[in-house]
Design a binder for this molecule. Sequence first.
Ligand SMILES: [Cu+2]
Length: 236
Amino acid sequence: MTFSRIRTSRTTKRTIQRAARGPGRLLPLCVTLLFSATVSGSEIDISVLDRNGKGVADVAVYAVRTVGNEKLPTPVSNPVMDQVDRRFVPHLLVVQTGAAVEFPNSDSVAHHVYSFSHPNKFMLPMYKGELHPPVTFDHSGVVSLGCNIHDHMLGYILVVDSSVFTKTDKNGRATLSVDDPEAYTVNIWSPRIRDKAESLSRSLDSSRDPVTFSLGKKLNPPHHGPTDGNSWPDYQ
Ligand SMILES: [Cu+2]
């Protein structure tokens, strides 16, 4: 989805550079530009930095259309929130509204997964393996996950009204591809971020300039790389 668009766009850039070297290659350039405008969209580079200027990993980054209507595509596959070593994996999963999320239990012990996050409440009574069907999340928002058996287990699903989303890499960087940047805001979210919500959203403009979110408040848990493996005690 997002990643395949990124790969396409990078390939497109290289093709443009090659095509621009000589007038005899004008036709490939025209074809490429047409392809670029209709398929790959504009890449927007995003950075999330903590208050010391260090990149923050595993932050959800997503673009929301604010001008005109956007009909979200039907999710093509079910995202997976696994349970491994008595942890939710990944710690934070980003999905599009309407996505059906699989909750396999890869542990040898049973889990009893639940969320009290209104209006996406659900419960998967004691199970191992893939006993329960996927859970569909029809409302945007944060879904906090817990386990009735293992109190330390904590995970998050961020449900977004967008098909353009990803998470920051270990350096706090991400790239989104949108077809009309002026019509979008780019937003970030992580359970570790304590800054006010209004500072976590930015309108895009036609410049395609990189967008940097510089956080002002201390992260909780503090900076220690990727979040997978985090649990309740890490947040105390
Ligand atoms: Cu459990």
